[in-house]
Write a protein that binds this ligand. Sequence first.
Ligand code: TRP
Length: 350
Amino acid sequence: MTAAKSSTKQTAKPPKAAMATLRGPRGRILTGHRPTGPRHIGHLVGTLEQWAKMQDDYECFFLIADIHVLTTDYEHPKRIQSNIADVMIDWLAAGLDPQKATFVRQSALIEHSLLSTLLGMLTTVSRLERVPTYKDQIQQLNLNPSLGLLTYPVLQSADILIYKANLVPVGEDQLPHIELTREIARRFNSLYGETFLEPEGLLTKTARLPGTDNRTMHNSYGNTIKLGDSEEVTTKLVMSMYTDPKRLHADDPGTVEGNPVFEYHDAFNPNKDEVVDFKKKYREGKVGDVEVKKRLAEALNEYLRPLRERRAELVKKPDEALRILNEGTESARPLVEATTKEVLQKMGLL
Ligand code: TRP
């Protein structure tokens, strides 16, 4: 893998302008979110904590995939700008660091879209119709799919390949998109010569956190706890969380498995002995839901406190987060231009 080639140790941090052309000692990461609204605790434990750790070992690009938002949400253009600011603020509060990583905005680098068009030539419609996320979405939303929705994973492939990233940390639902990216890279390389790396998906280790109602956590279900929620709101949400529905009295034996209250305790309560003790007592009907939830609310608020303090500072200067996004985008521009030029040349357009 190309990543291994750059064995020369970087002693000092390279200047920002040179960042985009270097590859960190262990390789390059490209990953991102669609700016669909404020980030919640599921995003935090599912992705952001992992990304934050990776910044020290990899050259990281974090993408705000704003064009992808339009594949389903094109009727609400007003939301997008404020959602981008919200996501950036939450990302920074969660520890993503412009000193270590580069933040890029998809719509501001037209090369993402151009590469998507070009890669679309190598991708059949029938292949895209078999992508599970596409099939799920048209079924769930009961919609007449747009061309944009069908080509969503081609744009995502362009997002990844344009940086020649070799690792893409994502949730499980995104793995079929990485698989498509690999196929497109192989097809391009075999037609026009070695150009792209076949990137690998990197799965998050933590299990997915359920929503407060025990369904999948999703902003549109209203079952999330947001990073920006106050401690009072957080406590209220925890106190009204779904728990074992068969348990009517505090002395009824309760079920711990698949109970979101205990999944949250596992994720956020640092006092593991207390969690073990709660579970035992819960099974025996010796502790009430209220007590277990109260402790969870405290533990969760404590867990989130440093992040929320950083967030409160960022909210005070709303332009700062967008400035960081713009600067990152500009520093990535030479890299995406270079890849695009290479592709145009190989495909006979230059
Ligand atoms: N599809 C991703 C999601 O919904 C967002 C995304 C867009 C992405 N482009 C990407 C993720 C490139 C990783 C790499 O979560």
